[in-house]
Design a protein around this ligand. Structure first.
Ligand code: NAP
Length: 313
């Protein structure tokens, strides 16, 4: 191993920078391990697109998502983690130390924690791509203020859809929630908040057939899935909140994934490859909370400590 390789050799490389990645970094760096976090270009993960977080313990008045993430980042830095704000281009977990490349730059590590999270799912209709950034959005927090005094649509029946719709009522004249089934998936508390908001209208058993407009969104063609009848709904923007896809394409040839692309954990937080661990939404499709992601990050860091201690003996 030449000098350059030695400089780029770490005890732990953490890929991703949501609550799981940052928490893992705080723990491994504090335990004395040389830790690199490769954060992606947009640091901080999904919470950077959130407004108020009311349920992260320790903040009785709530905290803004970006503030929470910046605090975690600062805590990582204070512990001595090295941070690179870039995307990993490839990994090789068949060699040891493991190899991680950012373009042509090579980084080696004795262990890896994958914390790459998940990204918003798309509806999959052609007009969705055409109107992207012309009225179609996946982030109410980011784009809501651009849609003042308009009627808006939110697609989905989960907690995210309820949360986005409630948030959008701050700007919109009316918000239409469009859900493909009769029964909502969202928790009771979020359903109730949306249902008691007099700016929100529900369209159940309804799916989006088409998004129409010229240079920006003007209306939707909706299909009632029971009667098969179509109707037109005039809206100035569409917020798609139909779940997420795990960010695992980088790893598909290296570790075991389930049918939906989520990482399969084999032994606590360890993946199918010894020394490669995962934490957060990249393997967890049940809880998906900031606090559980942070908890998974902590667990992975403790498992890394045990792994490195064992091989150092
Ligand atoms: P989710 O719970 O998976 O809900 C996705 C929704 O989108 C479902 O209603 C689903 O319909 C619908 N959907 C999926 N694919 C669709 C398609 N192609 N066309 C139309 N509709 C489609 O996802 P989420 O709402 O993003 O929530 C993810 C997790 O984060 C959940 O565990 C949630 O509790 C949590 N979360 C919590 C909060 C909070 O507590 N404040 C806020 C946001 C998220 P079906 O119901 O028919 O499958």
């Amino acid at each position: 191993m030449d000098k350059n390789q030695k400089q780029n050799k770490f005890d732990v490389i953490i890929i991703g920078s949501g609550p799981s990645g940052y928490t893992a970094g705080i723990y491994t760096a504090r335990a004395g391990y040389k830790t690199l976090i490769i954060s992606g270009i947009l640091k901080g993960g999904q919470l950077m697109n959130t407004t108020e977080v009311e349920n992260y313990p320790g903040f009785p008045e709530g905290i803004l998502g970006p503030d929470l993430m910046n605090n975690m980042l600062q805590q990582c830095k204070n512990m001595g983690t090295v941070l690179i704000s870039d995307e990993v281009s490839s990994v090789d977990f068949k060699q040891y130390p493991f190899l991680i490349k950012i373009s042509e730059n090579k980084y080696y590590s004795r262990s890896v924690i994958i914390c790459t999270g998940a990204t918003p799912r798309k509806l999959g209709i052609q007009s969705e791509n055409f109107f992207s950034a012309k009225g179609v959005s996946y982030c109410a927090t980011c784009d809501g203020p651009f849609f003042k005094n308009l009627e808006l649509a939110v697609i989905g029946g989960g907690d995210s859809a309820m949360e986005e719709a409630i948030f959008l009522t701050k700007f919109a004249s009316k918000v239409h929630i469009i859900h493909r089934r009769q029964k909502l998936r969202a928790s009771n508390i979020m359903q109730n908040r949306a249902m008691t908001n007099d700016k929100i209208v529900f369209h159940l058993d309804t799916k989006v057939e088409e998004i129409l407009g010229d240079h920006k969104v003007k209306s939707l063609i909706l299909k009632n899935t029971i009667t098969n009848k179509n109707k037109k709904l005039n809206v100035g923007g569409v917020f798609i909140a139909i779940g997420h896809v795990p960010n695992t394409s980088l790893f598909k040839d290296n570790i075991d994934l389930d049918n939906n692309g989520y990482i399969i954990l084999k032994n606590k937080s360890e993946t199918s490859v010894r020394g490669i661990f995962a934490a957060g939404d990249v393997h967890d499709h049940s809880y998906r909370q900031a606090i559980t992601a942070a908890g998974f990050g902590c667990m992975a860091a403790i498992d890394v400590d045990k792994f490195l201690t064992r091989i150092d003996k």
